[in-house]
Design a protein around this ligand. Structure first.
Ligand code: SF4
Length: 267
């Protein structure tokens, strides 16, 4: 498979269907991937494929490079809609994450005041108060929960550090709905990393959908991003869920007033 890695700390801006003109920040290694999950659909490939380069940028590196790029963009007259933390893995595992958020907020306010700050996170570090507080300071905390069924989540996301679905949901409740929930919908089969059993996965199946809808009702996120596979996946044989299927899943929640996008488009 081809992998899609960021090769610098500051990337773009690129056009993002979900966020508009997006200037990326990669807090992970520049030629490798480090993540607390090892999702079967990860565009960066499997964690084990990237062992060579584990050096993380420092807060000082981010400050210098973002300031320089922001000044260039202002000079060129480029409007940035979002300064987006994503990159080669999970940004919140960076030990200086809260400090970096404060630095990026200052740079945004000084150079790109109309840009939102967005963080794409797998939610696995929300048990840390410092990470939660940092995410509460930004405009768009985009937080992932792919399933409310432990076994399915284990097969899809393959957490490799401390992770509890229950604890993550409790942490999400502390946002009082002021976050964006992101959820991947796919079909296929994968090995359960705990038991070795091959598990059939179908995110359109009743138990999965009902559990997810009930989670939405409980957490009341201000927006929900439903999406499906876009690029090659490290696990072969996975299938997309269609836009129509996702819209059908979204219908009852839309009727209840939730704001939902499917693959970046409002429904
Ligand atoms: S959480 Fe994101 S970066 Fe980490 S393995 Fe999953 S898709 Fe890849």
């Amino acid at each position: 498979m081809s992998t899609h890695l960021f090769e610098s700390i500051i990337v773009g801006p690129i056009h993002s269907r979900r966020l508009g003109t997006s200037l990326g920040i990669n807090l992970l290694p520049q030629r490798g991937k480090v993540c607390s999950f090892d999702c079967i659909y990860c565009e960066c490939g499997w964690n084990k494929e990237h062992k060579t380069d584990k050096k993380l940028p420092t807060e000082k590196d981010v400050k210098e490079q973002l300031t320089k790029r922001a000044q260039e963009l202002v000079k060129e007259g480029v409007k940035v809609d979002s300064i987006t933390f994503s990159g080669n893995g999970e940004p919140t595992i960076h030990p200086e994450f809260p400090k970096i958020i404060d630095t990026v907020l200052k740079i945004r306010n000084e150079h790109l005041p109309s840009a939102k700050i967005s963080v794409l996170s797998n939610s696995s570090m929300l048990w840390k108060e410092g990470v939660r507080e940092a995410l509460m300071k930004i405009d768009n905390p985009i937080l992932k929960i792919d399933s409310t069924i432990e076994k399915v989540l284990r097969c899809i996301n393959r957490p490799n550090q401390r992770y509890s679905l229950e604890e993550t949901i409790e942490s999400l409740k502390k946002f009082n709905g002021n976050f964006i929930l992101q959820t991947m919908f796919l079909k296929g089969s994968a090995e359960d990393p705990l038991t070795g059993e091959i598990v059939a996965l179908d995110c359109t199946e009743k138990e999965h959908v009902e559990g997810w809808k009930n989670l939405v009702r409980e957490l009341k996120p201000r927006q929900i991003m439903m999406y499906t596979l876009d690029r090659d996946t490290p696990l072969q044989g996975l299938k997309k869920v269609t836009i129509e299927e996702m819209k059908e899943i979204a219908q009852p929640l839309l009727a209840e007033g939730f704001k939902i996008t499917v693959n970046g488009e409002p429904v």
